[in-house]
Design a protein around this ligand. Structure first.
Ligand SMILES: [Zn+2]
Length: 434
């Protein structure tokens, strides 16, 4: 097994050699240091995956954070743990910094927590299986492989880089103003954010949709079913809910990057629905007086979110005869990362680095293909890129999760060169954040 993987590394070094004309000596050294770091990266991934860290396992999240903190301290970072209020029931975040004056001030993002737990690290050929391999301990390993190579090549000297590994990306603590306060503060002191969520072949992410959840509650007159549609009984709560949901699809369903999904619905003479579970009862000869549906709304910009919410409320307000309806949006909407010229400029640097490494072009991932993520919380403050982590994987948030071990070195080479090219300029007046 090791021999096979070592062969992969040599092939990659060969790839770098072919493209060497495009790299200066420092960049060649960085690329080769990254390739040399492959065995350590695999060992670190195995270690991190075997510490279970679902969001609710606070000790596990903290323990995996300590593993990465140790690695960061070894290359000169100062680390601290950001505590969150105990009643939030979240582990907190790791923040690691080096300070300097050259180039852009970078904020590197990752998350320590996973959705599921229970699958240990297991290697099969070029694949690493286990909970969090793809989302996103593999991404943090790529980030560290890149930083270690930059350090070894002397390319971290006098740089200002902040690493933030959150402990609750998969289920962020409420209120976000508290659980994301440190991230917002760090973003305000940085020029660009790079997030190492799973990479999707040949792409990086310049936009991710945000989402919010909603609850629709409709009411109607109850009575004998034979009276439905009549002046006395009206349409009942179930028809009112059906009208509203059909209109959501008809009037909002074709808009680019906008989706809204009713995920669960109950209705009848009695109906109750909490976040995930509902009960209902009714007889076929009785008009339903109540119906409740829950669902989500996903959008690429805050303008699109506001506009969709207003149109949804207008649809709700049209009421069938003798019915009523209310639509409520939950607290805790996830903000979007809206594609901006600043994000595209970062993608251009990444694309150039990837081509110069002989790793091919990097295009923007269709924002419709990616869910919400931590970078959305700060995307309005500074340019950013996401999807810089390990790739070749699948089954995120599902059993059988895996990532491609053969993607660690190329992704880390790409990231390292990107970081280098953003931070190598001699000290000068800082660009104001875009
Ligand atoms: Zn993730």
């Amino acid at each position: 097994m090791f021999r096979f993987i070592a062969g992969t590394v040599i092939a990659l070094i060969g790839g770098v050699a072919v493209a060497r004309a495009a790299l200066d000596p420092t960049e060649s050294a960085i690329a080769q240091q990254v390739a040399a770091g492959q065995p350590a990266a695999e060992a670190l991934l195995a270690r991190a995956v075997d510490i279970e860290s679902p969001t609710e396992n606070l000790a596990g999240v903290r323990a995996v954070g300590e593993v990465f903190a140790e690695e960061l301290r070894a290359i000169g970072f100062h680390t601290r743990w950001v505590e969150l209020p105990a009643d939030m029931k979240r582990a907190g975040h790791l923040v690691a910094t080096i300070d300097g004056t050259r180039g852009q001030r970078l904020l590197l993002l990752g998350h320590l927590d996973t959705v599921l737990a229970g699958e240990r690290f297991r290697r099969e050929g070029d694949r690493a299986y286990g909970t969090g391999t793809s989302d996103m301990k593999g991404g943090i390993v790529v980030m560290l492989q890149a930083l270690k190579a930059l350090h070894a090549a002397g390319a971290l000297a006098d740089r200002r880089i902040t690493v933030m590994l959150t402990g609750d990306e998969e289920d962020a603590g409420l209120p976000f103003a508290v659980s994301r306060a440190t991230m917002l503060e760090l973003a305000g002191q940085s020029d660009a954010a790079l997030s190492f969520e799973t990479s999707v072949d040949g792409t990086a992410t310049i936009g991710r949709r945000g989402f919010s959840s909603w609850t629709l509650e409709t009411t109607g007159e109850t009575g004998h079913s034979s009276g439905i549609f009549g002046a006395g009984s009206g349409s009942g709560a179930v028809y009112e809910a059906a009208r509203i949901l059909a209109a959501f699809q008809a009037e909002l369903g074709a808009e680019k990057y906008l989706t809204l999904n009713p995920s669960v619905i109950v209705g009848g003479t009695q109906a109750e629905l909490d976040d995930y579970r509902g009960t209902a009862e009714g007889k076929t000869n009785v008009i339903a007086p109540v119906a409740i549906a829950r669902g989500d709304l996903r959008y690429i910009s805050l303008e699109q979110e506001r506009s969709a919410m207003a149109r949804m409320q207008a649809i709700v307000a049209r009421h069938l005869p003798r019915t009523g309806a209310t639509l409520r949006f939950d607290e805790g909407a996830y903000p979007p990362m809206t594609p901006t010229p600043g994000n595209e400029a970062l993608l251009k640097v990444l694309d150039g680095a990837s081509r110069d490494l002989g790793l091919g072009p990097v295009a923007a991932l269709d924002p419709g293909r990616r869910g919400a993520g931590d970078i959305g919380f700060i995307a309005h403050l500074l340019p950013g890129l996401d999807g810089l982590g390990s790739g070749g994987g699948d089954n995120s948030h599902a059993p059988g999760e895996y990532t491609g071990l053969d993607t660690l070195t190329p992704m880390a080479q790409r990231a390292a060169l990107l970081i280098h090219r953003l931070t190598r300029d001699a000290p000068g007046p800082r660009q104001p954040p875009r």
